[in-house]
Design a protein around this ligand. Sequence first.
Ligand SMILES: Nc1ncnc2c1ncn2[C@@H]1O[C@H](COP(=O)(O)OP(=O)(O)OP(=O)(O)O)[C@@H](O)[C@H]1O
Ligand SMILES: [Mg+2]
Length: 340
Amino acid sequence: MAKNTYGLDLGSYDIKVYDKKRDTIWNEKCVIAIKNKREIYAVGDDAYCMYEKTPESIEVLFPMKAGMITGFTNMQFLLQNLIKGERQFSHGAEYVVAVPTDVTKVQKKAFFDLVIHSTAKAKEVNIVERSIADAIGMNIDARNTRGTFIANFGGETTELSVLAGGGMVLNRLLPIGGRNYDDAIITIIRNSHDFLIGRHTAEALRRRFDIFKADSEAAFMVAGRDLITGVPMQKAISINLVRAAVRDPLMECIQSIQSLLDRTPPEVRTAIHKNGIFLTGGVANTNGLDAYIEKNVGITTRTAVNPEFCSVNGLKKIIMSKELRQLAFSMLDDRYRWMS
Ligand SMILES: Nc1ncnc2c1ncn2[C@@H]1O[C@H](COP(=O)(O)OP(=O)(O)OP(=O)(O)O)[C@@H](O)[C@H]1O
Ligand SMILES: [Mg+2]
């Protein structure tokens, strides 16, 4: 029987997997809950629900930080335990893994090692730079573009890439993502209302408010704890507070886009002005983010369809096409430029 091929986009927030044989894409939160420091209690979405709600004996851990694998063993446990029943990774399969560009070769190799040393005994592991996968996911001709700018707004990172002439011209991985916006929301609410909310609540606020719309009246009731009395209660949080919280991290992303463009060779920059900026990653679902970037940077900006699945969709296309397969490298290959 022919061996299966999987496409993996391992994110700090969500793991996305393409299974060629079943022709499906599935995703689960990149979270593991461990009991008494050794027993796996829950993984994926189930573990994420437990975050900030578990007794002391259960620890809820995120084995990836800012786009990189920081808890290697936990990440291995997580991958192996996520895949139950239908999802089981078949033995001897081939893997195509999306990796960030602007990281050290050791960090990049951690993705390779994670899969090659898994219990599923991979036959072959190839890697693709994430922005290339994003470009393919959006049907951009990554190999022939004269200039394309991709910004992947993820859970803990914002990865900015300039592609031209079949390769990466510039790339920057910012440690800013949905989680940082949520932390900023928690801080501003604590400081202005003496009120402590959890990270799930902060995320829900950010996702529910239309922060880029000119509306200053909107408010939502959220649950939290009054820090003066210590009593759990509900409070109305206004859209303006959430807007104020996300402003600084968002401005940092805009400034980084601008500075990457400033460093881009003029002919490539001209092509980017013509082709535009493309947004991917889960945070790109935020209504109006594209218009906000367009206004601040002065370049037409568009958001991918289902932006959080853009990279894994790109991996799917790379896996399906003989021609696009050339975009995937083996880390064991002598010609692999990052290892040289
Ligand atoms: N509809 C939405 N509106 C706003 N934010 C959203 C929406 N859907 C998802 N998100 C946010 O997108 C983020 C996850 O995006 P994504 O899956 O691209 O991250 P990731 O790949 O796991 O992380 P990273 O690439 O940074 O390692 C989370 O912060 C989540 O809150
Ligand atoms: Mg991602």
